[in-house]
Design a protein around this ligand. Structure first.
Ligand code: 8X3
Length: 247
């Protein structure tokens, strides 16, 4: 029986790229997201991808998915994102709440629902998509950095708590990724503002670069746990140190 991977936020960006990549690695992939039309298109292109409507902010939705699956070998907690680039002093409470509910509590809901399946699989892998924003704070990053720091803490705690169980716990912390949607969502649809994030950066990471890193971690032998992978473009030496060329 083929191994099953569940990917959240699979309708675009890193989630979609990871669903495609794990399917290519031989997994049956359950691709979850709210935007069902996009998932259906993805599934029409890749036969081993099964689309499921999933809202990680809804306990009912998460429970319905967990109850419908016979097995889960790999869980990719990818759903989430950033909203706004406001200072802490001026940040909108509802943005913070939304970021916490998707990134942190969404990952928690999925983790709680799927850890028993991962244990049952005999070689489970849980991958948490955090960010370099989970390791370093930056101006305007307030709510997003706080949410990503919480996820980093959650994944560290989980690894301690699951030691002795047949489950690997992996954190992927990407830096600057030019993915469809991330910056556009952060700037509430302002595509010009989103483009400025990457202006002059020779080669930001792509979603495929991150999916490649995830696939490598997941496909290591069962006793090899990659605790955390920090992955940045060559042009980004640190959160604030980005090489840009003009023209
Ligand atoms: C995205 C990286 O630098 O925009 O997770 O926070 S950053």
């Amino acid at each position: 029986m083929r191994k099953t991977a569940v990917v959240t936020g699979a309708s675009s960006g890193i989630g979609e790229a990871t669903a495609r990549r794990l399917a290519a690695e031989g997994y049956e992939v359950v691709a979850g997201a709210r935007r069902r039309d996009r998932l259906d298109k993805l599934a029409s292109e890749v036969s081993s991808i099964r689309p499921v409507t999933l809202d990680v902010t809804s306990q009912e939705s998460v429970d319905a998915l967990a109850g419908s699956l016979d097995r889960c070998d790999v869980l990719i907690n990818n759903a989430g994102g950033a909203l706004g680039l406001d200072s802490v002093a001026e940040g909108r409470l509802d943005d913070w709440q939304r970021m916490y509910d998707t990134n942190v509590l969404g990952s928690l809901r999925m983790t709680q629902a799927f850890v028993p399946r991962l244990v049952d699989s005999g070689d489970g892998v849980l991958v948490m998509l955090t960010s370099t924003a989970g390791l370093t704070s930056y101006e305007g990053g307030g709510g997003y950095c706080a949410a990503k720091h919480a996820q980093t803490s959650m994944v560290e705690t989980l690894r301690l708590e699951l030691v002795g169980q047949p489950v690997r716990v992996v954190e992927i912390a990407p830096g600057m990724v030019k993915s469809e949607g991330f910056a556009v969502s952060r700037f509430r649809g302002d595509t010009a503002a989103a483009e400025r994030v990457y202006a002059g950066v020779p080669d930001p990471l792509s979603s495929d670069d991150v999916a490649d890193a995830i696939a490598w971690c997941v496909t290591r032998p069962a006793h090899v746990n990659i605790d955390r992978m920090i992955i940045r473009p060559r042009a980004q030496a640190a959160q604030h140190k980005v090489h840009r060329v003009s023209g």
